[in-house]
Ligand binder design. Structure first.
Ligand code: FES
Length: 130
């Protein structure tokens, strides 16, 4: 599982995980676990998926070509829910749908692939000690 370590750690240490006062995010009480292309992340509940992606990759998502307003279609994703294997994957707009515990994002638009490529790359193997 991957965490947004510094931000999550600071929030937990300050006891403000539920009310970070960050105007980017709707108020949230906890982080929920989602999977993006097979990798697990913890993101703020009660926020739209695109905002959750911004939590995961704050250096790139704000600079994506997203309208954030359900018009450009550049945030299209397909998701399934953990424990609902009999339900077919559903296409949605990440700027419209709220994130939910157990959400599994299985397809990303090209714009999201590019914007999330830094966090979705497989971890590099640690170099051996000499
Ligand atoms: S960001 Fe434009 S449709 Fe979602």
């Amino acid at each position: 599982m991957r965490f947004c370590c510094a931000r999550e750690t600071l929030a937990r240490l300050s006891g403000r995980i539920g009310s970070v006062g960050n105007p980017l995010y709707r108020d949230y009480e906890k982080l929920v676990e989602i999977t993006i292309m097979g990798q697990k992340f913890r993101v703020p509940e009660k926020n739209i998926c695109l905002r959750a992606f911004q939590y995961v990759s704050p250096q790139t998502i704000p600079y994506g070509r997203f309208c954030w307003n359900q018009e450009c279609q550049l945030c299209r994703v397909t998701f399934t829910m953990a424990g609902q294997e009999d339900v077919p994957p559903r296409p949605i707009l990440a700027c419209k749908v709220l994130v939910a515990e157990g959400m599994q994002i299985v397809e990303l638009s090209d714009e999201l692939k590019w914007n999330l490529s830094g966090v979705l790359k497989p971890a590099e193997p640690r170099p051996p000690l000499e």
